[in-house]
Ligand binder design. Structure first.
Ligand SMILES: CC(C)(COP(=O)(O)OP(=O)(O)OC[C@H]1O[C@@H](n2cnc3c(N)ncnc32)[C@H](O)[C@@H]1OP(=O)(O)O)[C@@H](O)C(=O)NCCC(=O)NCCS
Length: 190
């Protein structure tokens, strides 16, 4: 069972650090001392768990106008929709913080991931922590059906496919409904 939730930085710091160390420090070679930074306590964080094991994380800096960052999924769990689920949770947090748009400094290799979430590239590439980045922006975080942030994720492996299905709470009827990976309820229910 995979589950995504908002994190509490002070109590979840161990889980956040575990994912970031595996992805950014061990896999990508970012210096360990740069990984946790002084923006962390001010950001809102999200975590994904496979059972008890933390497998994904990300953060949003509301004070910086909705800067999304440190989005990471451990290598063994990629391609399952967890990254998209983390981003949906971050977008929900932005929406509930009255932000209409969000932005990020995307690693060039992750640009396709952000493009399919509705981000567009802005400006030239630049180096950050020795990795090529580009600024990306998403002009609206409002989901079509305004699903709430109380979403969770559950394993939906069926018939050999690897689709993960989400359980989201519709903000209009407050019922928990099934959703595909784009966060929209499967069918009209209100
Ligand atoms: C980027 C990352 C978070 C994506 O996580 P993930 O769980 O594998 O992503 P998902 O499975 O939710 O993928 C969502 C969609 O993005 C696409 N996608 C994800 N990573 C991609 C990539 N590197 N290139 C092209 N497409 C990609 C998937 O194919 C999927 O598209 P689909 O729904 O049309 O099939 C993960 O690869 C990662 O942690 N990378 C290393 C750290 C990193 O680069 N973070 C970004 C920092 S800016």
């Amino acid at each position: 069972m995979i589950y995504i939730r908002k994190a509490d930085f002070s109590t979840d710091i161990g889980s956040i650090r575990e994912v970031r160390l595996a992805v950014f420090v061990v896999e990508q070679g970012v210096p360990e001392e740069l990984e946790m930074d002084n923006r962390d306590p001010s950001c809102v964080h999200v975590l994904a768990f496979d059972g008890e094991k933390p497998v994904g994380t990300g953060r949003i800096d509301i004070e910086l106008g909705g800067k999304v960052g440190r989005v990471a999924v451990v290598a063994s769990e990629r391609g399952l929709g967890i990254g998209r689920g983390l981003m949906q949770e971050l977008h929900n947090i932005a929406e509930h913080s009255d932000l209409e748009s969000v932005w990020c400094h995307a690693q060039v290799g992750a640009v396709p991931f952000y493009l399919q979430l509705g981000y567009v590239t802005v400006g030239d590439r630049f180096l950050e922590d020795h990795i090529e980045h580009v600024r990306m922006e998403k002009s609206s975080v409002l989901s079509a059906q305004r699903t709430s942030r109380r979403g969770s994720l559950r394993d939906g492996y069926a018939g050999g496919s690897c689709e993960i299905e989400f359980l989201v709470t519709c903000s209009m009827c407050e019922r928990e409904v099934e959703s595909r990976r784009n966060g929209s309820p499967l069918e009209q229910h209100v």
